[in-house]
Design a protein around this ligand. Structure first.
Ligand code: GRF
Length: 202
């Protein structure tokens, strides 16, 4: 059976991309293959991680392309060219329009660093999510992988993992623990689950 072709969209350091690369090497991801990495930020370290793993990369920025519509058109063109079946948002800090998400129902997944529906939606990204969790005083937080639809962080949940908040946590410390204890295992597992679903439909 042909494996599902995966594109990973990134903006930054790419530790979640690295977790996907490592999971593919270990066979945790075996129903899909990492086939393309697209960054919307010039020089993102995630691009170096992809190059080191021999995965083709593209940098597409709204600024260079002249706005959201040509930016999304360029992404769609690349996804078509590389015959992509699944889009994984791994620290991709650009909101995609409904026109874009509606083209790929159950074919876009995202990792969010909280237990949705807590601390999610517009404005909740990066350290802000962990700051909000600490401000509220929750004792458990975690990570969620979900399908992407037109509602920010609102699509069907695929997997979640809880992580304990500890006394004295700073947003940075909590962010790191959520990555280590949840995100880096959750995203590869969810990616494999969706790739299996795609393969079964082929
Ligand atoms: C992660 O916390 C992820 O949950 C969020 O953005 C961060 C990306 O980190 N969506 P990295 O670029 O994968 O290291």
């Amino acid at each position: 059976m042909r494996r599902a072709r995966i594109a990973v969209l990134v903006s930054g350091g790419g530790t979640n991309l690295q977790a996907l690369i490592d999971a593919q090497a270990k066979g945790v991801i075996h129903s899909g293959e990492l086939s393309l990495v697209i960054s919307n930020c010039e020089g993102a370290y995630a691009l170096t991680r992809a190059e080191n793993a021999g995965i083709p990369t593209l940098t597409l920025t709204k600024k260079a392309l002249g706005g959201q519509t040509p930016f999304e058109a360029a992404i769609i063109k690349a996804l078509d060219e590389y015959q992509i079946d699944l889009i994984v948002l791994a620290g991709f800090l650009s909101i995609l329009t409904e026109d874009f998400t509606a083209r790929y129902p159950r074919r876009i997944i995202n990792i969010h660093p909280s237990l949705i529906p807590a601390f999610c939606g517009k404005g909740y990204y990066g350290l802000r999510v962990h700051e909000a969790a600490l401000e509220r005083g929750v004792k458990l937080t975690g990570a969620t992988v979900h399908f992407v639809n037109e509602i920010p962080d609102g699509g069907e949940i695929i997997l979640q993992q809880a992580v304990a908040v500890q006394a004295g946590d700073t947003p940075e410390v909590l962010q790191r623990r959520v990555m280590e204890e949840a995100e880096w295992s959750l995203l590869p597992r969810a990616t494999e689950i969706v790739c299996q679903e795609i393969c079964e439909q082929k």
